[in-house]
Design a protein around this ligand. Structure first.
Ligand code: AMP
Length: 213
């Protein structure tokens, strides 16, 4: 199974991709996670990416395409993968097509999670991430004590780009640069839309049904 999970910031791509990756036994590849880990490790790539990410802008296509191309070559991606946060522009989608063409493979499905903007803003401002295990929590839903991860005890933090001003910029970027990618896959008849509102497990169930379609 080669899957692309698509949707605006805060729609639940990361949360759902982690669950599906476990259920389907395929690797979860999140461009945002790779970039954040480069920042945490202080690499050149991280330094370059940080300026864009802090402003809520996209990291340049050539940088992100290179990262994903390399990641897809790793042995664990051979069995299949879930791409989360990539492609985010038309040039990225076209570059991915070429990578697949050269490898003689194709995407099975592009699932677009749908949630309205008001809910997204609320979810993003109350989102916290565990520095240790990467689990994602929502302060208005999950019981979290002393900013500690209920799963592993790691420190929970708020992503720098989850502040309201930056979130608004990320929404604009999504509408202008990322949404056209949805039409790109709709034209290829690969797109399925799934309602992303509701309990996490409910959404996972809808996703699993959509994958069978
Ligand atoms: P995410 O974790 O997917 O919300 O991504 C966080 C930030 O990383 C985005 O706001 C961008 O600055 C950057 N980023 C992640 N994926 C991409 C991508 N495919 N293209 C460009 N920038 C990206």
């Amino acid at each position: 199974m080669r899957l692309i999970l698509f949707g605006p910031p805060g729609v639940g791509k990361g949360t759902q991709a982690k669950i599906l990756s476990g259920e389907l036994g395929i690797v979860h590849i999140a461009s945002g996670d790779i970039l954040r880990s480069a920042i945490a490790n202080g690499t050149e790539l991280g330094k370059k990416a940080k300026t864009f990410m802090d402003r809520g802008e996209l990291v340049p296509d050539d940088v992100v395409i290179g990262i994903i191309q390399d990641r897809l070559k790793e042995p664990d991606a051979k069995k299949g993968f879930i791409l989360d946060g990539f492609p985010r522009t038309l040039p990225q989608a076209e570059a991915l097509d070429k990578v697949f063409e050269r490898a003689g493979i194709a995407v099975n499905k592009v699932v677009s999670l749908e949630v309205d903007r008001r809910v997204l803003l609320q979810r993003l401002t109350s989102r916290r991430v565990c520095r240790k295990c990467g689990s994602i929590f929502n302060l208005s839903v999950d019981e979290v004590e002393d900013s500690r991860c209920p799963k592993c005890g790691g420190e929970l933090y708020q992503r720098d780009d989850d502040r309201e001003e930056t979130i608004r910029r990320r929404f604009d970027v999504y509408l202008n640069q990322t949404k056209p990618v949805k039409d790109f896959y709709a034209r290829k008849k690969l797109l399925v839309e799934v309602d992303g509102i509701g309990e996490i497990m409910e959404v996972t169930k809808r996703l699993n049904e959509a994958l069978k379609r």
